[in-house]
Design a protein around this ligand. Structure first.
Ligand SMILES: Cc1cc2nc3c(=O)[nH]c(=O)nc-3n(C[C@H](O)[C@H](O)[C@H](O)COP(=O)(O)OP(=O)(O)OC[C@H]3O[C@@H](n4cnc5c(N)ncnc54)[C@H](O)[C@@H]3O)c2cc1C
Length: 629
């Protein structure tokens, strides 16, 4: 067992593993401890349904591709009442509202499989995972001689041995009953609803039509809204509520045979036979949020700081958002890049989102159970109709596509363009120089803790002056890139398909050049050929800033608000780790049966790529085109 680590993450569930992965990808020393022997877990269920925004985030930390191999990918939904197909219905709106992402589907993959992939990625990136180690206590020494101010006592649950681990920061991702939250005396505010839900994962046979289309629901007169989701490995998740009037029938020592019987009744009039039942649960729905997500050097993430029903399948999705919001901020802070105020933005951004999920869950969980809360719905509508309306009205949020953050230190008001600061930067198609094959922006803006600066050049015949002004600012002594550490990945996005970017632009490009043949990428971000524009995407893909093309100083001011100027750049071994990830080949999107191979290119300082060094000089001066930023 390690004795000292920069960040100790307590909890090897999805949130803890993704927090660890996010940190490890930045080269931060991180260890995740998990009290159970997860790799030997016999029965497993829990999180299954994942949404597009989560997939985008997972894609940017290079785990999505592995999950897609296993997950059941759903692009369709059917809904039944009394054995008859209803054209629209409760979850129908999923597939009506899936615009604005290349992940235009939802998936079901059981948590165990997601965790396996996250664990492997964590370890491959240099993070450590300790199974069967349980956190027992935390001591914080505010006067510690070094920065390792936390001492955590852990117990090996296999041998009974106890150890001490010293760390700079502790992340409590240890679930609903979080020991870290309790030991840090952080209140978990909220209620238990009294609602109980069944969930089971099984291999089934049924005469329900289109049973493997992906998502389905059955409107049951006894069990309310019955959920039916196709999962990995040919499994089906069936979920339904326990009506209070049936509670006595099941009693407290409920058996699997009773659950099978209830499931048969719930999906009636369709037949249901079980080949195997992997897992089932009857769980109580609570809705709680931690009063704070941070106490000094302790952060909370995932279920440890918010808990609600699984009606909208939000728990793991929200945990992934927490993990990938916190990890780049904490990683950058530990490298000495940011003011501590950046760490405050984690709670500022994520706590209101947790509260929003809980507020929605109050109505949703009641409706799924068959109750219409006071003041909700239209007169005369059934609970199923009201549920359908409610789900439709909140669906963009559920899909993660409406999750956004307020203006703060990191999300500056965008003056130009169509995407507001605090919203995810849309994924768009680009081409590499010379390539007729498109690739997604997100494939070249991976999350390694660096900011992506997108320079939309517009048509240089019209934007020449602004381009020269930006180039001259960047090359000048006052450029922020000379003062600040190595946190920028510049991309120059050029309309059309010119044979050579620097000549076409009349200046040296910024970082790597990409072509936006039909200007669809620029249009999506709201930039014209006549003006162009600049966008900053945070490491988690959220738009932090957008401004005019020629305004290099203003761009610099965005960073100077929170990035510390004094750090040497690049830092070893962190820069090495990041460069290693960034230089991995990127699979380009295939169109018309065409494929292409991409060559890895080593990254240098401030996003200057090896190939940039050889670009054609177009004007006199020492900085020339080799200075990407
Ligand atoms: C029936 C059901 C269905 C669900 N379906 C979905 C869904 O479809 N989609 C979705 O997004 N979410 C779903 N959820 C919610 C989802 O499972 C959780 O939100 C998710 O597991 C949260 O992940 P986490 O890592 O924050 O916490 P957890 O998964 O609870 O992981 C916490 C980990 O910490 C460990 N731990 C606890 N205490 C200690 C300690 N002292 N020391 C060391 N380790 C410790 C635990 O063993 C555990 O492995 C569902 C939940 C349930 C119950």
């Amino acid at each position: 067992m390690i004795e000292r680590v920069d960040v100790l993450v307590c909890g090897g569930g999805p949130t803890g593993l993704l927090t660890g992965l996010g940190l490890a990808r930045q080269g931060i020393s991180v260890a995740v401890i998990e009290k159970c022997q997860k790799s030997e877990q016999a029965k497993f269920g829990r999180a299954s349904l994942l949404y597009p925004r989560t997939m985008e985030l997972l894609d940017q930390v290079d785990v999505w591709e592995h999950m897609a191999e296993i997950a059941h990918i759903s692009r369709g939904y059917v809904n039944y009442n009394g054995g008859k197909r209803l054209i629209s219905g409760t979850y129908h709106s999923i597939f009506n509202q899936l615009q604005g992402t290349y992940f235009d589907y939802v998936v079901n993959i059981r948590q165990k499989y997601s965790e396996e992939i996250f664990r492997k990625a964590l370890e491959e990136n240099g993070g450590s995972f300790y199974e069967q180690y349980e956190l027992l206590s935390i001591v914080q020494d505010d006067d510690a001689a070094d920065d390792y101010a936390l001492t955590v006592r852990v117990k090996n649950n296999a041998t009974g041995e106890e150890h001490q681990v010293k760390c700079k920061y502790l992340v409590g991702a240890d679930g609903k009953k979080s020991a870290v939250r309790q030991l840090s005396e952080i209140a978990f505010v909220g209620d238990d609803t009294g609602i109980k839900w069944f969930r089971m994962d099984a291999v089934v046979k049924t005469d329900m039509p289109d049973a493997r289309v992906g998502m389905a629901s059955i409107e049951s007169p006894i069990y309310g809204h019955v959920l039916w989701m196709c999962q990995d490995h040919g499994r089906t998740r069936i979920g339904f509520s326990l009506p209070p009037k049936l509670a006595d029938r099941f009693g407290t020592d409920i058996t699997e045979a009773q659950v099978r019987e209830a499931a048969r009744e719930a999906v009636a009039p369709f037949s249901l036979e079980f080949e195997t039942v992997d897992w089932w649960t009857l769980y109580s729905v609570g809705q709680r949020v931690a009063e704070t997500f941070r106490r000094k050097r302790v952060f909370l993430a995932g279920d440890a700081c918010h808990s609600h029903s699984s009606g909208a399948g939000q728990g793991m999705n929200a945990g992934a958002q927490d993990a990938l919001n916190l990890s780049w901020k904490l990683g950058g802070f530990l490298k000495g890049w940011y003011d501590e105020s950046v760490l405050d933005t984690y709670e500022e951004e994520r706590r209101p989102e947790a509260q929003r999920i809980i507020d929605q869950d109050k109505t949703l969980s009641a409706l799924i159970t068959g109750k219409i809360p006071e003041g909700v719905g239209r007169p005369g509508a059934t609970s199923f109709e009201v549920l359908g309306d409610f789900i439709a009205s909140t669906m963009r949020y559920t899909l993660g596509l409406d999750v956004h953050y307020e203006t703060n230190l990191l999300n500056q008001k965008a003056n130009i363009g169509l995407v507001s600061a605090g919203w995810p930067g849309p994924d768009v198609l680009l081409r590499r120089p010379g390539s007729r094959i498109s690739l997604r922006l997100h494939q070249v803006t991976k999350n390694v803790g660096r900011f992506h600066v997108l320079v939309f050049t517009g048509n240089p015949a019209l934007t020449g002056e602004s381009l020269r002004s930006l180039r001259s600012y960047m090359d000048g002594e006052d450029s922020f890139t000379h003062k600040l550490p190595d946190i920028f990945n510049f991309l120059t996005i050029i309309p059309g398909d010119a044979p050579q970017s620097d000549h076409y632009l009349g200046i040296g490009r910024f970082g790597k050049a990409f072509y936006d043949s039909d200007m669809s990428a620029a249009c999506k971000y709201g930039f014209s050929a006549a003006l162009g524009g600049v966008v900053v995407l945070r490491p988690d893909g959220i738009l932090g800033y957008s401004g005019e093309l020629g305004e290099g100083k203003e761009l610099g001011e965005y960073f100077l608000r929170f990035v510390k100027a004094s750090v040497e750049s690049p830092q070893e071994p962190i820069a090495k780790k990041v460069a290693e990830i960034e230089s991995k080949p990127t699979g380009e999107v295939e169109f018309d049966g065409e494929t292409t191979e991409t060559k890895p290119v080593a990254n240098g300082v401030n996003g200057v790529h090896a190939d940039t060094q050889t670009s054609i000089p177009i004007r006199e001066g020492p900085t020339e085109t080799s200075v990407a930023a």
